[in-house]
Design a protein around this ligand. Structure first.
Ligand code: SF4
Length: 387
């Protein structure tokens, strides 16, 4: 999409018409449109294969007739696997998926002793233009459909059935919306994907985490949903001056509004929010920022996750030295805040969001993004308006 024509493509309506029978793009309750005239139980069988016991190929759906398996073989997944990389002795896998429309989607699977966590994307690209983020430098391409979001989880489960990770649960136990995109800017599709994960896949709301850089209307809407998922708020700065430089959305929704919306989420759902903080040397790792962050975390009763930033060729920001990270962490803890340094997986495979794409920097398209309020793509077009 060239700069200046920031039309949001709704894959669900436009593509479904032309690619009939793309299974994950059809809501699980409407799969009879894929099965056609077959018996009713075929719909239940297909739904189970897609959501409960996913398999990599239609050929493995052994209780479905061969002819039907052949029909859906090419449209089982709404994307192709363009890149698969493994790190950390097989306990981190990163996928770069490519949709028929050319959009790239990144997902990272991380195996731990008691959980297997999948980090998924909610948009192709991102309009938020956070200065330190590889995805933010590419700008926004399009929203992902609910089916494209949930298919990332199904694909990871199908992969795990074939090749479980060493010493980790053999299915996705936790999903975090921390890949490409601002999930709350794609609210209807993210909501629908959460509904399918809970109601059709059988995941618990507590195992799902939505991350936001402060899309306040979406945070307030999410608090009213029937499922109390976890909310992670990516602050990265604890005053408006610095935050507006790092996270342009802060000019629309300043820190106080974000903290109030997080507090509302906690009070409405009973779920404590967590605060994400990407540490950048000389930018947000000062004692002054730690002191201000501690005050916010105490107000919200929030846990703080510190993340050393992933270096990207498109940003000058660098992670702090380990001693500086330890000092920042100690200052938070001394102020009574629950804080940890997040394990950064897959460094050797560029596992942070947008990192696979950034390798191909020569191909960076000139997609629209919010550079400041009223920039190329308006906030409403980017899906973070006050509706
Ligand atoms: S940090 Fe998140 S919200 Fe900001 S540009 Fe990157 S993907 Fe978008």
């Amino acid at each position: 999409m060239p700069t200046g024509s920031a039309k949001l493509v709704d894959w669900s309506t436009e593509q479904r018409r032309t690619i009939a029978g793309v299974t994950y793009l059809v809501p699980p309750e409407e799969l009879d449109s894929v099965v056609g005239d077959g018996p009713r139980y075929r719909v239940d069988q297909l739904r189970d294969w897609l959501y409960r016991t996913p398999v990599l190929t239609a050929d493995e759906m052994t209780n479905l007739p061969l002819g039907f398996r052949t029909t859906i073989a090419d449209t089982l997944w709404p994307f192709d696997v363009e890149v698969e990389q493994t790190a950390d002795r097989g306990s981190t896998i990163k996928w770069l998926f490519r949709t028929p429309s050319g959009a790239s989607i990144e997902a990272v699977l991380m195996g731990y002793e008691k959980r297997t966590t999948l980090c998924i994307s909610s948009q192709a690209g991102c309009a938020m233009a956070c200065t330190f983020c590889a995805t933010g430098q590419f700008g926004f391409e399009r929203h992902l459909d609910a089916g494209e979001i949930v298919a990332q989880v199904a694909y990871a489960n199908a992969h795990l059935r074939k090749a479980p990770m060493p010493r980790s649960p053999d299915h996705v136990t936790n999903v975090v919306f921390m890949g490409m995109g601002e999930p709350l800017a794609n609210y209807p599709h993210v909501r629908e994907s959460i509904r399918r994960m809970i109601e059709t896949m059988g995941m618990s709301a507590r195992s799902l985490t939505v991350s936001t850089v402060g899309a306040v209307p979406g945070m307030r809407k999410l608090a009213e949903e029937p499922w109390n998922v976890n909310l992670a708020v990516s602050l990265h700065a604890a005053d408006d001056d610095l935050r507006s430089k790092l996270v342009p959305l802060n000019k629309r929704y300043p820190l106080r509004d974000v903290v109030d919306a997080a507090d509302n989420y906690f009070r409405t759902t009973g779920r404590r929010v967590s605060i994400e903080w990407t540490l950048m040397a000389g930018t947000n790792d000062s004692p002054d920022q730690a002191r201000k962050l501690a005050a916010i975390a105490r107000e919200l009763h929030a846990h703080v996750n510190l993340i050393a930033m992933n270096v990207t060729p498109l940003s000058d920001e660098r992670p702090p030295e380990p001693a500086r990270t330890r000092a920042f962490l100690s200052q938070l803890r001394d102020a009574g805040v629950n804080a940890t340094v997040r394990d950064t997986r897959g460094r050797e495979i560029d596992a942070a969001c947008g990192q696979l794409r950034v390798r191909d920097a020569a191909d960076v398209p000139d997609y629209p993004k919010i550079t400041e309020a009223g920039g190329i793509l308006t906030l409403d077009e980017a899906g973070v308006g006050d509706d």
